[in-house]
Ligand binder design. Structure first.
Ligand code: ATP
Ligand code: MG
Length: 257
């Protein structure tokens, strides 16, 4: 299968401070890919840049060989839980239904068939019995499952998930994992930020090791090695020092308006 995602020389900065530096890798289709790296490594920034939510300072992203705007209806995104405003007034069912529409069609009415799909997706994550509950009145793990249902309802080809297992209990984690594996077996591509190194080896068949720069990307056997993981987590401080040194020498590429 050809590459689903191509990232070329991606540099992203907040207030001129680089968070991602010259990140360059490709992801083939039909894989369950784990993005691994310490806190602050730029994992969420990477996912948001791929989604086109952050404008890069350099480089480019191609999904299915196209710009993200052209393929948005083939992509689903589950944001990191802490970054979502959970106080907005919407029921569990409303949130699942949101998956069925692009924003521009958001005002349109839902059909019976739409509701059935949303129900099926809520059922898959074990949240159907909460359909009428306000999203703000759920526990953290329950909210996470509803956002997963929203992503499922999109019936996308490429799923980006930022720590979907954070805060869910062990049995939910197992059932979500099975769901994701069956999606992968159907030919979908999943790019998943994951924190737990113990389970990562079991969950993913492809890895992106990230710490501001790309440490490695490739199949598990080649990339998920002690040496490379050490490099990803252990070299953190020296890496940041090196980065600021580079910054002193080289001007950050700026955008042209
Ligand atoms: N909106 C922002 N403005 C300024 N700095 C930011 C912003 N968002 C993130 N950062 C900084 O960019 C760096 C990378 O953040 P990011 O959220 O991508 O890391 P992460 O790898 O997802 O971390 P975690 O494992 O904690 O979720 C961090 O140092 C963070 O403080
Ligand atoms: Mg993050």
């Amino acid at each position: 299968m050809s590459d689903v995602l191509e990232i070329h020389d991606l540099t992203v900065a907040y207030d001129k401070k680089p968070v991602l530096w010259n990140v360059d890798f490709d992801i083939p289709g039909g894989k369950m890919v784990g993005i691994i790296g310490p806190n602050g490594a730029g994992k969420s920034t990477l996912i948001k840049s791929i989604m086109g939510l952050i404008e890069p300072d350099g480089g480019h992203v191609k999904i299915f060989d196209k710009d993200v705007e052209e393929v948005r209806d083939r992509i689903a995104y589950v944001p990191q839980r802490e970054t979502v405003d959970w106080d907005f007034p919407a029921s569990v069912m409303d949130v699942a239904l949101m998956g069925l529409y692009n924003n521009k069609r958001w005002f349109q009415r839902y059909t019976k068939a739409d509701k059935k799909i949303a129900e099926e997706c809520l059922d898959k994550v074990g949240m159907l019995s909460f359909a009428k509950r306000q999203i703000s009145q759920l526990s953290g793990g329950q909210q996470q499952r509803v956002f997963l249902a929203r992503a499922l309802a999109r019936n996308a080809d490429f799923y980006l998930m930022d720590e979907p297992f954070a805060g869910v209990d062990a049995s939910t984690e197992t059932s979500i994992l099975q769901l994701l594996e069956s999606m992968r077996d159907d030919g979908k591509t999943l790019l998943i930020v994951h924190h737990d190194l113990q389970t990562a080896n079991r969950y993913f068949d492809w890895f992106v090791l990230l710490n501001r720069r790309l440490i490695a990307c490739g199949p598990r056997e080649e990339v998920f090695t002690e040496e490379k993981i050490q490099e990803t987590y252990g070299a953190r401080i020296s890496l940041i020092e090196e980065l600021s040194q580079q910054l002193g020498q080289k001007k950050l590429p700026t955008r042209e308006y």
